[in-house]
Design a protein around this ligand. Structure first.
Ligand SMILES: NC(=O)C1=CN([C@@H]2O[C@H](COP(=O)(O)OP(=O)(O)OC[C@H]3O[C@@H](n4cnc5c(N)ncnc54)[C@H](OP(=O)(O)O)[C@@H]3O)[C@@H](O)[C@H]2O)C=CC1
Ligand SMILES: N[C@@H](C=O)C(=O)O
Length: 262
């Protein structure tokens, strides 16, 4: 019996999720790997089991399909071995808002926001009851930047940051660690999947470097880990400005600048 908590990782068949799987296997954690591509998941599971001796389950699921999402949620609710959820599965979307179809927007929101929210909701009560465990949400710096032009994608990532900060406020006092990880451009298949040629992009971060940095933040129990941000004070200033804005709200009356002049 492994004394370490098992880790359920969504989007584990490639990219950031596959490296998270490798790192947690190397740390001795049993794993539950979730994605759509069963053969890639099984190949990764076999390799990591051989290399690290940990138990690895593969749970094929398309997280945009409610019945698959419920199956993964049920596993999180009922498998007491799972103490860490890595909400990683996600997709990007190229092109402007007007170019998006309603179906593609619905799928992106389902994958990038509904799924991680539902999965967090599935595991959170059990972790809070046990007074331990962790939920890691993979956001993006694009969530700060409507200028980036990935409107719905960025909105889903801004949602994940807000969700993470709120979960931390509610679950942190109950012993559950919540981390938001905000990568910038990282060398994975997300680009080709979104129809973007990665060779046209400026330097992308190596996936292993990203995950290694995210795990430094994880081990430090950092709330928001932004590996590509080299001036950490920028985040502190942003948070300070946000809290300052909230403290300056006087909701009973409109601000003078909005009072009709005639
Ligand atoms: N790469 C980057 O530049 C950045 C990435 N991120 C975020 O990192 C996370 C991981 O993406 P990344 O590793 O880059 O990209 P990849 O495309 O390499 O990995 C995405 C993973 O999600 C899985 N996935 C995609 N759609 C579904 C679905 N409908 N149901 C279940 N699983 C699905 C894929 O597996 P399968 O196809 O087998 O289902 C794959 O394992 C995402 O949330 C992304 O937004 C954030 C900032 C930057
Ligand atoms: N996936 C990338 C953009 O689409 C990112 O989040 O930086």
């Amino acid at each position: 019996m492994n004394d370490l908590p098992a880790v359920l990782i969504t989007g584990a068949s490639s990219g950031i999720g596959a490296v998270y799987a490798e790192r947690f296997a190397q740390r001795g954690h049993d794993l539950v790997l979730v994605a759509r591509d069963q053969s890639r998941l099984e190949a990764l599971a076999a390799r990591l089991h051989t290399e690290n001796g940990v138990k690895i389950d593969v749970l094929r699921a398309d997280l945009t399909h409610p019945q698959d999402l419920e199956a993964v949620s049920a596993r999180l609710r009922t498998d007491a071995r799972i103490g860490i959820l890595i909400n990683n599965a996600g997709a990007a979307q190229s092109g402007g808002f007007l170019a998006q179809s309603s179906d593609s927007v619905a799928r992106l929101i389902a994958l990038n926001t509904t799924a991680p929210t539902q999965l967090a909701a599935a595991i959170a009560p059990r972790l809070a009851q046990s007074g331990a465990g962790a939920i890691v949400n993979i956001g993006s710096v694009v969530g700060f930047a409507p200028e980036f032009g990935a409107l719905v994608y960025g909105a889903t990532k801004a949602f994940l940051l807000y969700l993470s900060q709120g979960l931390r406020l509610e679950l942190g006092p109950k012993g559950v660690y919540v981390q938001a990880v905000l990568p910038a451009g990282t060398r994975t298949e997300i680009w080709e999947r979104a129809g973007v040629d990665p060779t046209t992009l400026p330097d992308l971060m190596d996936t292993a470097e990203l995950v290694n940095a995210a795990l430094v933040g994880f081990d430090r129990r950092e709330a928001v880990t932004i590996p590509p941000l080299h001036v950490a004070e920028r985040w502190d200033a942003l948070e300070g400005a946000r809290l300052g804005l909230m403290s300056d709200l006087r909701q009973a009356h409109a601000a003078e600048r909005y009072l009709a002049t005639r």
